[in-house]
Each structure stands twice: as C-alpha cells, then as structure tokens.
Write a protein that binds this ligand. Sequence first.
Ligand SMILES: [Zn+2]
Ligand SMILES: [Zn+2]
Length: 506
Amino acid sequence: MIEKIHKFYLMRIGPRLSSVALEWIGALGLLVLLPACEVFTPVDQTLPASSVVGVRRGRHFERVITHFHSSYSFDACDGHGTVTHPDGTITPNLKCEEDLETALCLNQIDSLFLSDHVPHMAEVPLEQLLFTSRSEEQIHSPKGEGVAKLMTCKNGHKAFFAPGLEGRLLALGMERHVGADYRSRRDLYSDDAPSSVGPLQKIAEAVVVIPHTESKSLELIQRSNADALEIYNLHANFDPNIRRNYLHVAPFSHLFSFLDYLMDPYHDLNPDYLFLDFMQFFPVYFDRWDHAIASGHPMTGLGGTDAHQNTFSQHTTDGERLDSYRRLSRFMAHFVLVENSQTEPYAHYRATKDSLRQGLVYLVVEGLGTPVDFDFYAIRHRADPRSPPVEMGQSVRQLDEPILAFDLPKVYEQSPGVARYGQPKIKVDLVFVDRQGQESVVDSVTREAHHSYAPFQKLVYPKPTPGAYRIQVWMTPRHLRGVVRKGELTEKPYLWMISNPIYVTE
Ligand SMILES: [Zn+2]
Ligand SMILES: [Zn+2]
C-alpha cells in the first residue's frame, strides 16, 4: 500500500506538478523579469547541539529521528538510491548518501533510525546498510556484529545511524536480519500481523512501531504488541490519496503553497518554513493512541518525518530541492531522554532504543524554534521524599497522591527570530486520557509573548485521577515574522511539543 502510494507520487504527481509549475512559470514570466524587491535573506539553516536543552535527573536529551529513508529504499532519491550491477550486487548512490550525512551533521541529529523499504534493504547484508566497512565507524554488538554507525562530521558533531525497516511496520535499530536470505525475510518484513512483531523485537532487537496510524484499525493496533505508533506522518499530511481517504480533508488544497515556494518570483520566501503552510496534526492519530493506551498497553507516540528526497526535485531559492533531507530533518524531531551513565557506544545506542520503547520522548516541531527549560514529571506527595520523580512512560499510584508538574519551555535564544522579536506566546495544555480512551484538557497555562526571557513558569496539577496525562504546547510564532514572509502564518497557533504520557494507576 505504502509502496503503491510512493509509486503514484513518483509517476503521477511529480511530472504533473512539474508541468503545472512550468505553465505557471510561463504565465508569470513577466513577474520573474521584474527586479526583485528584496533578495532572499538566508537565516540559520542548521540546529544547535541538543546539549543546549540540558540534563534532567541523570539523563540528557538527544535529538532523534525515527522514520527516514536512505538510498536502500527503492523509491528514495527519485528512485535512484541504488545501482544494481550486472553481477546482481547493489551499491548506494553516493550523492544520496552524502545528502543524508550532510543533513545529520548540519542539524546535529544525534541518532537517525532509518526505515528502509523491503526492496532493497532486505536484499543486502545488514552491515552493508551501515554505509561503512570501516571498523572505527561501526558500532559492534557483543557478538561482534556491526549494528550501527557512529559518524564524525566535519563540524565535530557525532551522529549515530542505525539500519531499520518499513514494511507495514517500522523496525527501528535492527541489529540483524530475521531470515537468512531475501526470500525468507520478505514475507515477515512486509506483514503487520502480531506474529511479525515478536521476531522483529526478539531476533532483530528492534523497536517496533506502527507507522501511518491514520490507515490502521484500532483492532490491529490493540492486538499488535508494537512498542510505539506514529502520532504524525509528514507523508500522510500531504499525500492527496491519504488526505481524502483517511484524513477526510481536501486532497489538493495544500499543493498551491508548494507551488508558491517552487516559483518564489521575488526570492523572498524561506522554504525551511514551508511546513507552516500545511502542517496539521489530525485527530485520528490521537484517537488511536488514546484508545490503545486506555486498553492497558503503553505505547510511545512518535512523529514520522518519512523523508525520501523523491517528491519535489525542483530547486528553491536557497539552491536546494524543496524536499531535501536537510530541510525535512530540521522541521521535526524527537527529544529523547537517555541515561548519562551509558557512555560506551554500543551501550549508549541500546540506551537510546530503551528510551524510545519506554516513552521518554517529546515530539518537537523544531522548525518553530528549539525548546529549552521544559520538564514534565510527577512527584509522589505521600512517598518517601527521597523517592525519584516519575518520568514520562512510567506509572504512579493514585494512593501516593502524585502531583504532575510541567516547567514551561522557552525558545532557545539563538533560534531564528528570538533576538529580534523575543519569546512567542505559548499555551500549555495538560491532556487527560480516561480509561475509555476519551481525552480532555484538564488544565492550561498561557505565557504571553515577552521581549526578554519571561520569569520561570510552571503548570502544577495535584491529585490526578487514574488515566494517562500528556502535555501539549501550542505556540503562536510571532518571533518568526522577520523570517517568514507570509506574515499571516505567524499569527496562528501551532502544536510545538507533545510529551509522552505519565500513567496514574489505582
Ligand atoms: Zn517510500
Ligand atoms: Zn516511509
């Protein structure tokens, strides 16, 4: 299904869009010839190191992306991600690989969990999916297998990247294939039955995720023993078929904004902010997530970047293709809390996977700005004062009289727009999911826009009743008004951060 959609894109939308774009360019040729009022002013296209976000109770934040296609997906890099040689061997397209590495380095992504389609990832040995045979770059399991790559960038940043799969499920951080050859892997990798989940978790030691939740039944989600599900998917957000059939919104309404950025006759649009035109979180994802966790199965909520470099190959004013790996890995990521004590590379890699499974994860639309100073936890009022606070993904008993707390975030001072326009207005919602899977906002705190850093602010919620609690932070990004030329887009609220739940039990 997913493969079909991608083929549809490659074969139908891509060329059609190009010809529509050409007609527009012809019709507006005069406009293009007019002298531009203002030259495109580049803003910082990179992201700060995740260390600016700080540490929390023995854990530090890592910037992690969990759904991303490398050259080993049949449809990545305009369908030319790999070269098949006459002897049947497959090698990656070096330009595609370089684009991916550039994205990781410039955006200082700490861990990239690849999710490649069965063709061609299942056809090659797992070590080949690491893009390196240099032992100093490979992370080895205790059995001596190369399981991930630790890359050192020219700017000094170090990034892990790990092989993985997208069939009907995502298997992130696979440490080995399940099955000796392509034929024996293909069926298991392409299925989403509960019988596929176990081998991917136990043999491949992967984090198993239900992707494209919009098209999955609640029954399948509840029966599956997956570790996580997607609560956003970029591809679903703009694919006309998915929009019409599963999200029930106008299929093509957003395509005009893509054309704006492709044409940009005055060279004054910043395509890194295109997401403001179309990004939308759809209720169907939260409905599935709420019902899944209400049935007693904690699942981590993740966001799917689903980048392929295969949709808009046309270049924009900044000289990059509209759907570049760099642009898409700048707009959204997870901030994952990882144990400080795991410093040996393989232990660190395993600790990151454990945190994804356990739900120590915030989904962040970082294109709006890098959040700092935030913290979601619960303390037990009636317990021993030395007992540690309760983290996301963990449970606390109602009997212990927990108090839920969230320290409000600020935008990192050096994120675009903040030095000039100050901090934006944010609204924090504490969302409660009851045991029937119904959600409601039980508390909110608003922080008005402020030129300098606003005083410390906190949401405090005593005596929560049993159920799941998560934080959603809305931002009205007026600090971006000097960056985003479509000023009206900076006047409306966007979801900036979504935490994973803390569970209160009886
Ligand atoms: Zn694909
Ligand atoms: Zn995908």
